[in-house]
Design a protein around this ligand. Sequence first.
Ligand SMILES: Cc1cc2nc3c(=O)[nH]c(=O)nc-3n(C[C@H](O)[C@H](O)[C@H](O)COP(=O)(O)OP(=O)(O)OC[C@H]3O[C@@H](n4cnc5c(N)ncnc54)[C@H](O)[C@@H]3O)c2cc1C
Ligand code: SF4
Length: 550
Amino acid sequence: MSTAELPARETMEFDVVVVGAGPAGLAAAIRLKQLAPEKSVVVVEKGSEVGAHILSGAVIDPIGLDSLLPDWRGEDAFVKTAVADDRFYMLTASRAWRLPNALMPPLLSNHGAFIVSLGEVTRYLARQAEALGVEIYPGFVAAEVLLEGDAVAGIATGDMGIGKDGHHKAGFARGMELRGKYTVFAEGARGSLAKLLIARFGLAQNSEPQKFGLGVKELWQVAPEKHRSGLVQHTIGWPLDSRTGGGSFLYHFGDRLVAVGFVVHLNYANPYLSPFEEFQRFKTHPLVRDTFAGGKRLCYGARAISEGGFQSVPRVAFPGGVLVGCAAGFLNVPRIKGSHNAMLSGALAAEHVAAALAAGRGNDELSGYEAAWRSSLIGRDLWRVRNAKPLWSKFGSYAGIALGGLDMWTSTLGFSLFGTLRHGKPDFAALKPAAACRPIAYPKPDGKLTFDRLSSVYLSNTNHEEDQPAHLLVRDAALQKSSEHDVYGGPSARYCPAGVYEWVEEAGEPRFVINAQNCVHCKTCDIKDPNQNITWVPPEGGGGPNYPNM
Ligand SMILES: Cc1cc2nc3c(=O)[nH]c(=O)nc-3n(C[C@H](O)[C@H](O)[C@H](O)COP(=O)(O)OP(=O)(O)OC[C@H]3O[C@@H](n4cnc5c(N)ncnc54)[C@H](O)[C@@H]3O)c2cc1C
Ligand code: SF4
């Protein structure tokens, strides 16, 4: 059946439609209901339940929760461990050099922050939102932006029950049109609809390209004697070379839980690099390996993180809609924190939406939100660290971090020696041809401390209906072979943390295989493919990882 022959979609009208039940989307919904209880608000979430697709560190700056739900600290709704010890190390292959806290720019301090599972936090936020009357629909993807004239008028959820070849299966159900006076796009880093909107409305014309990292994470339950509740530890350096940005995080919280992860900046040049294997290698360092002895790996996952900061934030308001949270790029890279700004931006946008609705407006541009974020707490948070990432990219991990540290110190005092530095090219353009790079030999996993991809993906509880249309769209198959494979050596087989892409030999010819059912929705292929030949679109609602508490 062609789209023209499909039955019409049913329509539901709301005052506000929110895409994504992450901290940004839920904060927007909660603030709207706090300000305008009579207005109708709906949230759609592609995960099978709220939190199922949330992956973060996470050490949270409580400023977002404090402003949204001031009583949260007293509530027993999710595990929260106050940061008790904050450590930063530079690693070589065998040594760890601790940087004294007194040398660290004060804005990087984690004093007063809490270690949490962000998935649990979003479940708490969802309960608060529902108690205020917000309708939340998990298991539904926002697949299409609805336009009326030149204004956004809501979204359509994806059709369900379509087979790989396009035929309608027994349970076929047409998507719904959720129409709203304003639509809040809170899809997180590299949102698929946000990407379309940025292009459609030219939102990034006056900003630097967005930059990204890939965060790969495991959750462990460690032996009692290894647990140091409240310890927050970050490293830079080994196993990455000095030209490749990134580093590790390791947080002890809850009942003997340790969240450990590694972020690799996606402007890396060597197509042989594998962020997944760099992470596995990191865990073998003498500083950390002992932590995991006698412990059990509980969960695995991966997610892109937006790193461009202040200068990469696109225009965040357009007719009928706004971008909030990491869909707008409100993440503070040197702090590796974005959840506070996600909540603050959701709430800020909601305040402008509520005022516009009260004035009888709808489907117009909320220019007040656009004007407000830079002078808000969000803008001030991002402004002071705006040069950290460009300095790191330009001068590498040692000189770049030292200069970035100096800049953050002077910015704390109110000035910068560098002005506002540019990022230059997007991440995909940083990849070099394979012939210009050296292959990297990664050690074999031991199955105790280090693991392979497939056993890892198993721990993400990822599940997709197998008979459904492709959600990883390769625009030009010939280009994939002639460039991604022949020139770049097939980096997709290494950057994908879920083993989705493979080049297999068939009758002496390389064939591109896509194991789409393993996809953990990290969005790295959409960002890093050197020809921008792969597009991630949402699969059928409810598919993807099922993270219990990442
Ligand atoms: C490895 C890693 C470590 C991090 N560590 C920290 C930390 O320690 N502290 C901190 O503060 N921040 C940290 N962050 C950043 C933090 O997780 C983000 O800033 C925050 O999650 C952004 O919130 P958000 O609501 O904008 O997006 P997200 O949290 O990504 O939520 C977006 C939601 O929208 C849903 N969605 C997306 N597209 C659609 C669609 N089309 N239809 C329906 N639903 C959709 C997703 O399933 C998801 O539930 C980390 C991030 C990573 C990846
Ligand atoms: S296919 Fe793309 S989005 Fe899915 S896990 Fe791999 S890199 Fe991430």
